[in-house]
Each structure stands twice: as structure tokens, then as C-alpha cells.
Design a protein around this ligand. Sequence first.
Ligand code: NAP
Length: 315
Amino acid sequence: MSLTSARRVLLIGCGYVGVATGRRLVEAGHSVFGLRRSAGAAAELESAGIRPLVGDITQAELLARLPGPFDWVVNSVSSSRGGAAEYRSVYLEGTHHVLAWLSTQPVAKYVYTSSTSVYSQNDGSEVDEASPAEPTSETGRLLRDAEDLLLAAHRERQFPAIILRVAGIYGPGRGHLFHQLLAGEARIAGDGSRLMNMVHRDDVATALIAALERGRPGEIYNCADDLPVSQFDFLAWNAAQLGRPLPPFATEAENATRKRGLTNKRVSNRKLRALGWIPAFPTYREGYAAAIAAAQNPATELEHHAPVVSLTPRA
Ligand SMILES: NC(=O)c1ccc[n+]([C@@H]2O[C@H](COP(=O)([O-])OP(=O)(O)OC[C@H]3O[C@@H](n4cnc5c(N)ncnc54)[C@H](OP(=O)(O)O)[C@@H]3O)[C@@H](O)[C@H]2O)c1
């Protein structure tokens, strides 16, 4: 890469996906900053070549202290507590704050990681970016509201927003059902036919970079792998790989307490693939084969401490 194409990049919410994305951007020669609330992850960010920033985007005044201007901004904050109030504060108010801040500091691209949970289809049908996205849960509606804010900013003032609707993320250390299986706690819900849509963390990272490099502002892209899989098939394949018995079916009482509003759909990734994105883990089989191998050869983390830039004013 020539120096003239090196970008200043800000990753707001530099966690599981953010660090993997930042590492690749640094390797490509970009100058990358990663914002989190806590200082504890500074070493992890710095070891990936990312300059750690500490602050909270729900505090509007924080943004003015960020070391801008930036060429590319990614917002992949995640609501750790998960309730509607937290979603409203992090996704919706956070997006309001970011839009106000960037109205004075133009960027070339802005990518927001939304979720495929905004599609509430539960009939097993295929959904693409033109399909209705009408979430039934309040948290899902808040994600859509944040998308709508960004798309309106694009329509009204050409704000270069791109929405990436991400499926269930798995990868090293992540994958709830797989870990339940390892712990002997997995249950097949219902008849096991509900479809799950997944994507490996590293493929989310390359999708974010494809969106930054080639995504069209004002567009939505689904980010899921090539193969929606039923819960039964997923558990059966992984159990076979691990040499374990198929887990039992859930009891009626367990099924009755299952999370409501679970969807059943096939998320299409055609539009993202047309952008040139090629997933390294096209199905859960490649993704979990790698995870099983990694679990058998755990890498040793190096301790490396980085200077932390705190954006929180001193008392
Ligand atoms: N997990 C999934 O299956 C899934 C599915 C669809 C979409 N997504 C979306 O994908 C994105 C990436 O997810 P992830 O797994 O990488 O999340 P993650 O590991 O939880 O990382 C999110 C990061 O956001 C930071 N953060 C949270 N609130 C913040 C705030 N108010 N100000 C500044 N930073 C804040 C956290 O910092 P601290 O650690 O310091 O708190 C954390 O490092 C998220 O937008 C998520 O909603 C996830």
C-alpha cells in the first residue's frame, strides 16, 4: 500500500470484532485507534498495533476530545448489559452523539454493526436487505432506530453511513451452543429445525474492511456465512467431531421457558459477496473445525503494556 492511501481509522467499541478488524487494518498500513470504556484492555489493543483510547460514547462531550480527524469510523459498540435502557443509551443516543460530532469533522466512510436480529421472519424464508426488517423486540427496534438515524443522515446530508447487519458471531472463545455442548449442557430445542445464521469473527472483520474500502454509502449489507444451519444439524455435526453423543431434546418445561421471539430464516449474504467479500469460514464446519483445533493448542498470550490515552476529564 502507498502511504497516500493510509487512513486514520477510529474503531468505536473496540472489542471482540474491533480488535480483529484493527489488527488487519494496522497490517494494511493504516493508523488505527480503538475506543473502549475500560482501560483494562489496553495491552490487548496495543499488541495488535491499535492505539487505545478510553471513554464512553454515551457522554457527548467525550467525542470532542478524540484525536480526530479520522478518515474511516466504525461503530461496533455492544451493549454488555443487554436491556432496552442500555440499548437506547449505547446504540441510539450514542449514534446521535456521533452524528453531531462528525457533522463538524467529515469522514469518508462510517460503518455501523447492526444485527440480523432486525429480521423477525420465522417461517424459514430467505431474507435479503430488501426484505421487511420489523423487529418484534424492543431491543431489536432500537437497533433499527439507530440504522434509520444513519440512513436519514445519508439521505439528508450525504453522511457516508453503511449498515452491516451481522449474524451470530462465533470464533475463538465465543460460540454459546458449542460451549454448552462441550460442557454437556446443550439441549435440542423443539424438534431442532430452527435455522441459525452465523458468521466467524474474522469474517466480520474482513466484511467491515470491505465495507470501508468499497461499500456504497446509504446501503445495508448482511454479514452471514453461506450456510444457515438447523440447531439439530449444528449439534449433530459438532457432537460427531468431538466424539460425543448427540445431546438430548429439551423437555416440554424447558421448551416452554425458551426465549420468545426467536426467528427462523435464511440470511442471504449475496450483496456482501458481490462487494468482493469472501468468507474464510464459509460454513460452521470450517469455522468450528478451526475452533476445535485452536482449543487443542491454546496460544500463549504475551503480556505487553501500552500507554493509555484517557479521554475522561480529571476530577
Ligand atoms: N455477538 C453477536 O453475536 C452479534 C450479533 C450481531 C451483531 N453484533 C454486533 O457486533 C458488534 C461487535 O460485537 P462484539 O462481539 O465485538 O462486541 P464486544 O466484544 O462486546 O465489544 C464491544 C466493545 O464496545 C465497548 N463499549 C461498550 N459500550 C461502550 C460505550 N458506551 N462507549 C465506548 N465503548 C463501549 C466495550 O468496551 P468495554 O469492554 O470497555 O466495556 C467493548 O470493548 C456490536 O455492535 C454488536 O452489537 C453482535
